[in-house]
Design a protein. Structure first.
Length: 438
């Protein structure tokens, strides 16, 4: 996850759909396909069905290199809880360079055992440099589950993902992607936002450097078309289509302006913010997004993201601010605020959702550092704390101490308004990593 975040930080302004195109092989355990589907998702471990923490009895993680191979292995065991029995998660990852120094091929295996159920997933992937900056990326994975309906149908149990990319920061950059997931593809240790789908995506940027301009470093217009179809009836289930103009400044900032159009084919009604109900149906809506980021080296700076337009059969206006103050080389104070206004006049429903976060980053020296994050969500009336301390004992050897807690700010449990527990769960995690060279 840390390796992946480093890669994403290179593209701080990209909205989530666009950022996904730059997540390829960001970390050894990454096996990402269309729609953000992951063969292995670390946040699956230690959470119950309602996303409440589950006690982890223990585990081990190994990442290293053996000859030409990058090797990763992980095994974790959780305890029995009221929500579900103990679970065991296992991952094995192998990857190496092939044909050219920038081409890779790999294998991945995940296992799950819990509640009398077994789930095994095997995957293979390759990224081959065709010519210059052009690459072909192929991924395939298949599941075997003790509860599946048809073990003999390989197509229904598999996902296939193919991409043609031009990886460059100058001139034309593009990415074509096709992916298909069967109805019985179930990576229990992974993450699947949707099932039984076929996706066709295209994304492109044209980078223009403005050497003579005193303000802009480069300007790059672009466009995308993401289309996801249901395999059951071949209907367009979800579509996103956009064009934009994005820019980087010579001082280190940037921004973009982007109109977008959406199609959502909703089979089952759902609720947003606890008060807004979206019925089943086919919805077309559009909005405009404007974002700006101040230079990262500024002592006081803020990022701004504003979007407004229609949303399903209503309207949405959203504002996000991320002010940051570098008080000194040892201390940084920041905040994140997101306000979302939803209005559905046809049904006389509305919601105002607020998300507020405060963060503190400190570094005593090159060895000792700490981070703290406090976040409040108005929808869940919940406050979450995350405090991390890291001490670098030596090159390749680190000690981490992490404290997490969630507080329920709306504690009434029934008609008699008895108060429930303030703490929804807390954990103290100690992690020690050591690099062995042999």
């Amino acid at each position: 996850a840390d390796d992946q975040q480093v890669a994403l930080d290179r593209f701080p302004l990209f909205f989530p759909e666009r950022r996904r195109f730059f997540q390829e092989n960001a970390g050894l355990f990454d096996f990402v396909t269309a729609n953000g589907t992951r063969l292995f998702h670390s946040r699956r471990i230690g959470l119950g069905p309602d996303f409440e923490p589950v006690r982890i009895l223990g585990g081990a993680r190994l990442v290293g290199r053996a000859g030409a191979w990058d090797v990763g292995a992980l095994n974790m065991q959780t305890a029995d809880s009221e929500a579900l029995p103990g679970e065991n998660f296992g991952v094995l990852r192998l990857r190496r360079s092939v044909l050219t120094p920038t081409s890779t091929a790999g294998l991945m295996l995940t296992t799950y055992n819990g509640g009398g159920r077994t789930n095994v997933v095997f995957g293979a992937d390759t990224a081959l440099q065709v010519k210059g900056d052009d690459y072909v990326v192929l991924k395939w994975a298949s599941t075997l589950d003790s509860q599946e309906r048809d073990a003999a149908n390989l197509v229904s149990r598999s996902i296939f993902d193919a991409r043609w990319q031009r990886r460059t920061g100058r001139g034309l950059q593009y990415d074509w992607q096709f992916s298909r997931s069967g109805v019985d593809y179930r990576p229990e240790v992974g993450f699947m936002p949707r099932r039984d789908f076929t996706t066709a995506n295209v994304f492109a940027n044209w980078y223009v450097f403005t050497d003579q301009n005193t303000y802009f470093r480069r300007v790059y217009p672009g466009a995308l078309a993401f289309s996801t179809f249901r395999n059951s009836d071949r209907a367009l289930e979800s579509g996103q289509y956009a064009a934009w103009v994005q820019w980087d400044t010579k001082a280190g900032g940037g921004g973009w302006v982007e109109p977008k159009w959406f199609r959502e084919n909703v089979l089952a009604p759902f609720v947003i913010g606890g008060t807004v109900h979206v019925p089943a149906g086919v919805y077309d809506f559009a909005d405009l997004q404007i974002a700006n980021s101040m230079p990262s080296g500024a002592r006081v700076r803020t990022d701004l993201d504003f979007r407004t337009g229609t949303y399903f059969d209503g309207t949405r206006t959203q504002l996000a601010l991320s002010p940051t103050w570098n008080a000194s080389k040892h201390f940084e104070l920041g905040a994140n605020y997101r306000w979302t206004r939803l209005r559905f006049d046809r049904r006389n429903e509305k919601a105002d959702i607020q998300l507020l976060g405060l963060r503190v980053r400190t570094a005593l020296d090159a060895k000792a550092s700490g981070n703290a994050l406090i976040q409040y969500n108005s929808t869940t009336e919940r406050v979450d704390f995350n405090v991390r301390f890291r001490y670098n004992l030596s090159e390749g050897t680190d000690l981490w101490v992490v404290y997490n807690e969630g507080l329920d700010m709306d504690r009434a449990t029934g008609v008699d308004e008895r108060l429930g527990p303030l703490s929804l769960g807390r954990s103290l995690i100690v992690k020690y990593s050591h690099t062995l060279v042999f």
